[in-house]
Design a protein around this ligand. Structure first.
Ligand code: AMP
Ligand code: GLY
Length: 441
């Protein structure tokens, strides 16, 4: 007893001295959820959020600079004596922020530029799938119209067209006619998405989509939650694709047999490919899957947490997130316990009317103040900011109303009750989030 008492005190003293100044890059709901968990860590001294949102401004210092200007960012990190950087979104990762910061002796959690191509280039991801025999939709990388016509001749419709580079979720089209495939392909070849003029054509897979998350260091990977999100803007999965209108965790479709297939057929060969290239990485791996007749097919890789998936996974995490990050960058994940709570979690995104098309900004959200804080319901801000004390909208996805519990039906009911109280006239949301797990009541 005496020994453990002594040891615990030693740990507390150690953690006081090793508390860190942390910078978090990003401004979405994902970043507010991460920020909250970082704020709760024993290892955190101060947080700066670049640029952050109205939600993060309550628990961190927001700094409004362009994080893609790496030199400016570095100066700011040094001014604030930052010990550790955590990167939320994909764009800085794909542009090499991790390599840049490491070269400048700043500790950072996230993948190197090479590994970030898993998300940054569909052609690269497919190349790895082919070389390492990873199950994915049948495909062809095309550089010209001739390539496109060849694929059209041999494959049935619908066909999925994917721009090669990052396209903020707008680079994928599911085409029901050959003329549509040709039209979209020509647009891409002409440079519609500036990052690349290549594209990938692939067969359309019918099944259930699921997101499977891992945290990775150079020796080990660990499960970091499962979730399902709803990408279409309208109820019954109608309308345009969005960043995600809501999500829930865990995803009941994941079971032990499926999980071992995902690990053995997809994750392990991918990590081997990076190792073979001499570029193993540290960071999150978001495996976007289509489950077809109990078999997992890789739809996409992301090298970050999902948004809004992060908002439903983080509330279920029972361990210190900063400790996990620190252990990961020291290749100590094998010695790190990651505890998941049994509770279920759902989020519904309150969006600006018009999203994902044109929408207005700076609309006052007056009623948020009247929502009393409760243990089982949280708000993660996304596109919000304060203008003189007033909370206003600042993006398409505005607030994630999130709740935990034992039953998705009651969780959703609680969330919708709160959204009705907020009664934001400039917003809309989907009432059918989680329909797959809430059949009928
Ligand atoms: P991605 O950016 O690759 O995730 O694609 C965006 C969305 O398009 C995915 O979340 C799927 O809903 C859909 N999608 C992409 N590829 C396919 C495919 N081969 N078959 C069916 N749906 C797909
Ligand atoms: N919710 C999808 C994504 O984060 O890419």
């Amino acid at each position: 007893f005496k020994f453990s008492f002594f040891f615990n005190h030693l740990l507390i003293i150690y953690s006081i001295f090793s508390r860190m100044n942390i910078a978090l890059i990003g401004s979405g709901g994902r970043e507010h959820a991460l920020c909250q968990k970082i704020y709760e860590s024993k290892l955190t001294k101060k947080i700066i959020c670049i640029p952050g949102n109205a939600g993060t401004s309550k628990i961190a210092q927001n700094i409004n600079i362009n994080f893609l200007d790496f030199n400016k960012l570095l100066k700011e990190l040094k001014n604030h004596k930052i010990d550790f950087v955590i990167v939320g979104p994909e764009e800085p990762l794909v542009k090499g922020i991790v390599d840049f910061l490491k070269k400048n002796k700043i500790k950072v959690f996230g993948p190197n530029k090479y590994a970030a191509k898993l998300e940054g280039s569909k052609a690269f991801m497919k190349f790895i799938c082919k070389k390492y025999k990873i199950p994915t939709a049948k495909f062809k990388v095309c550089r010209n119209v001739k390539n496109v016509k060849e694929f059209l001749k041999k494959n049935k419709l619908p066909i999925v067209v994917k721009a090669d580079g990052l396209a903020a979720g707008k680079g994928v089209a599911i085409c029901k006619s050959k003329s549509e495939v040709l039209k979209i392909s020509k647009d891409i070849f002409l440079g519609k998405f500036k990052t690349s003029k290549k594209l990938v054509l692939e067969e359309y897979l019918t099944g259930e989509e699921v997101s499977y998350f891992l945290i990775i260091d150079q020796k080990k990977f660990k499960f970091f939650g499962s979730a399902q999100d709803h990408k279409r803007v309208g109820e019954n999965e109608k309308g345009l694709n969005t960043g995600g209108m809501g999500a829930y965790s865990p995803a009941p479709i994941i079971n032990k047999t499926l999980e071992s297939k995902i690990i053995n057929k997809i994750v392990k060969p991918t990590l081997l490919a990076l190792k073979d290239a001499g570029k193993p990485y540290t960071g999150f791996l978001y495996v976007g899957l289509m489950i077809v007749k109990n078999e997992p097919y890789l739809i996409e890789y992301n090298i970050r947490m999902g948004d809004p998936e992060c908002q439903v996974i983080i509330p279920r995490l029972g361990s210190d997130l900063v400790k996990i990050f620190v252990n990961a960058i020291n290749n100590r994940l094998n010695k790190t316990q990651i505890i998941w709570r049994k509770t279920k979690c759902m989020t519904i995104v309150l969006c600006s009317k018009g999203y994902p098309g044109k929408y207005q900004k700076d609309k006052i959200i007056g009623n948020l103040k009247i929502i009393k804080p409760q243990k089982d319901i949280f708000m993660f801000h996304a596109g919000t900011k304060f203008i003189n004390e007033n909370l206003v909208s600042n993006g398409g996805r505005v607030i994630n109303i999130t709740s935990i519990g034992n039953n998705f039906y009651y969780i959703r009911k609680k969330i919708i009750k709160v959204i009705k109280k907020i009664n934001w006239k400039s917003g809309f949301y989907r009432k059918d989030i989680g329909w797959r797990v809430i059949k009928k009541k």
